[in-house]
Design a protein around this ligand. Structure first.
Ligand code: TRP
Length: 331
């Protein structure tokens, strides 16, 4: 059976972008593949969280994975830092990751632009750590959103380079995966880019947001003066809202508002009200479970321990083999 790996950075609450870009695929894949889903707390260290923020964020993501429907009996759910073998593989892969290619990564360039005062080596080698996450379980399928495609290409490069260096077909090639025909990009509410936590308050709708908060955020989303000619192209901020409707609403609802737009009869107030209500319907069952699971510390501890043990079993096997291939041998 093919192996699947994916993770989400532990920066706290999960939003609709995480849910539709990744988690919905996790939930389906867990029944069909050998799945490892982890919480990327090592990756989150690039922004220097305080110890209590780090702990709180990891716990929150674990709670929300479970509330969204990832089943610890079906998939291996673990915290990245509970598997030190990942950090060891990261070290080995770093020896064959070149400065030029790391500097050219889009995500790195974006981070440098956004935070010129914190261009640390961990940020530069973020794709190497991500490759280690994937290769440690010899995964071939990686459910991620569109923005991670370049990182997957780098993971293939690093794995292939290792294979070539040691003349050993060891790592298989991992590819981005989605059940839809293409990888998903969920836009934010600010009319600009993708939904994300770092894009500013109000841009993201969280799985834990109450109905009132969701309504408020959606009603504040940027719109224009409305269409003036029939069937005109939608400006980015309007297209984004339609893209969101496409994932949370029924096809009929989407078609209805699309038709109104094309006939210049759309009322953005009604459109947004519908969008907000459909987001509430999509997230409410998860939000209700979040509260229950959050209060069950013994269950969380049990899930994390069980997952760490299963993940380490797979990871330590890889490390044992890798050490042998590299030439670390016992006297
Ligand atoms: N880079 C991913 C993100 O920002 C998170 C991630 C880290 C990941 N390691 C991974 C995803 C391994 C898939 C596989 O969302």
């Amino acid at each position: 059976m093919e192996t699947v790996v994916s993770g989400i950075r532990s920066t706290g609450k999960l939003h609709l972008g995480n849910y539709y870009g990744a988690i919905q695929n996790f939930i389906k894949m867990q029944h069909e593949y050998n799945c490892y889903f982890f919480i990327a707390d090592l990756h989150s260290l690039t922004t220097h969280p305080t110890p209590s923020d780090l702990y709180g964020n990891v716990k929150q993501v674990l709670i929300e994975y479970l509330a969204a429907g990832i089943d610890p009996e079906q998939a291996t759910i673990y915290v990245q830092s509970d598997v030190p073998e990942v950090a060891e593989l990261y070290l080995y892969l770093n020896m064959n990751a070149y400065l030029g290619e790391l500097e050219r990564a889009t995500s790195f360039k974006d981070k440098v632009r956004a935070n010129p005062d914190n261009v640390n080596a961990g940020l530069l080698t973020y794709p190497v750590l991500m490759a280690a996450d994937i290769l440690i379980h010899k995964a071939t399928k990686v459910p991620v959103g569109k923005d991670q495609e370049q990182h997957l290409e780098m993971a293939r490069t690093f794995g292939n380079r290792f294979n070539r260096l040691y003349n050993h077909e060891y790592f298989p090639e991992p590819y981005a995966f989605s059940y839809g025909d293409k990888l998903v990009k969920i836009p934010g509410l600010d009319g600009k880019g993708k939904m994300g936590k770092s894009e500013g308050e109000g841009n993201a709708v969280y799985l834990s947001d109450s109905p009132e908060v969701i309504r408020k955020k959606v009603m504040k989303a940027v719109t224009d003066g409305g269409p003036t000619t029939e069937n005109q192209e939608k400006p980015a901020e309007i297209q984004n809202l339609f893209d969101l409707m496409k994932v949370v609403s029924t096809p009929d609802t989407l078609q209805h508002f699309d038709g109104l737009y094309n006939q210049c009869q759309i009322r953005y107030g009604d459109f947004k009200k519908q969008l907000a209500e459909d987001m509430i319907i999509a997230t409410s069952p998860i939000r209700e479970k979040i509260n229950d699971i959050a209060n069950d510390q013994p269950y969380l501890r049990q899930v994390a321990r069980f997952g760490a043990a299963k993940a380490r079993e797979s990871a330590s096997k890889t490390i044992r083999e890798i050490r042998e291939i590299i030439g670390f041998r016992n006297f």
